[in-house]
Design a protein around this ligand. Sequence first.
Ligand code: AMP
Length: 428
Amino acid sequence: MNFEQLNLIAPLLDALREEGYTQPTPIQEQAIPIVLQEGDLLGCAQTGTGKTAAFSVPILQLLHQRPRTVRDAKAIRCLILTPTRELAIQIDESIAAYGRHTRLRHTVIFGGVSQKAQTDALAKGIDILVATPGRLLDLMQQGFITLAHIEIFVLDEADRMLDMGFIHDVRKVIAKLPARRQSLFFSATMPPEIMQLADTILTKPQKVAVTPPSTTAEAIDQSLFYVEKNDKRSLLLHLIREHNIPSALVFTRTKHGADRVAKDLVRAGIKAEAIHGNKSQNARQRALSNFKSGATRILVATDIAARGIDVEKLSHVINYEIPNIPETYVHRIGRTGRAGADGVAFSFCDTEERAYIRDIHKLTAIQIPVVHDHPFVSEVPVTAPAAAASRPQPQPAQRSSRPAPQGQQPAQKNQQRRKWYGAGRKQA
Ligand code: AMP
């Protein structure tokens, strides 16, 4: 399947070609026709699957082809609501790229910064608004924004909106949307509260679910280092130097851990920054731009903070701590090796984390190759290759998560997520 077969118009085909996209991803293949037919959509997909293009490309086409129906030339025609500033900026950048050959206007608004530049952009009139809920409501209350002319509404990362406590704000926004509209709803997981929310927004939606990048993990060069907890810091420094790692995303389980690792690296003369939920929006954005521009070599992140971050040409992902939810491992390493690029993932496993590695092996049905010759090697557990080879393919229902050793939320959502992962490609 190629983009031409999805009935996309020349200005979009040209832009996608310029972006280097040759083939639609599964979510794009399924979602684009539904959106072009002006249907409502319930999409179970997460960042990394190509979901931004899956909704923004057909939206650009619809708005480009459809004459403005309202007299007000400045009416906002499409609203994309997303939980974080990072995601909002990324979506707006994608819309700029995909829509560069259309004359559609777009802008992004989010909190934590002065509203002046945002209200100036709005005053010029825009077709597509990407927004986080708080700033959107704020500017609506001040009279800078009306949603009365919205033709298409997208709710992105609905589960994360719920996690971050934005659900009331989301409901307030929805109450201001016109009843006649097209709605697209995306969530990585579908717990009951999310399904209820989807019911209140969507009309006869078509459902689309894609498997997460777990199936593409084989493309990544993965290595496992058995190491004592206290030696992880030295091992990290050793690998960064030995492999001359140009840029790496290092994952820790906790915010505190992220800060500590970043501090250790800086002390050792390596440019590093930490990104997590306790940092202000500005600090997070700054850290991310520094990392993207190469000013920061190592970005240390927690899973929540890293979700949605898209860094092109990321060479290495390092699991400083092994996640207790096996799917998280797959999501983490999926940040490297995107779009066919070479990716390397190192995982540091201490004695307490060995059970997590077993879960990861079960989930991915591969054994991560162990590196024996490193200066901080700890006793490597004996594995039985024959037993591993005959290991049955894991069924989604058998997957499990183990309690986190320290300060982590229990994985309440895992049960639901598993259900959806196993749900296959498309449900009519
Ligand atoms: P998303 O899930 O929307 O955050 O997209 C993840 C990454 O995949 C982004 O870097 C996109 O630029 C890239 N991408 C999206 N669609 C395609 C495609 N059809 N071909 C190649 N790369 C893509």
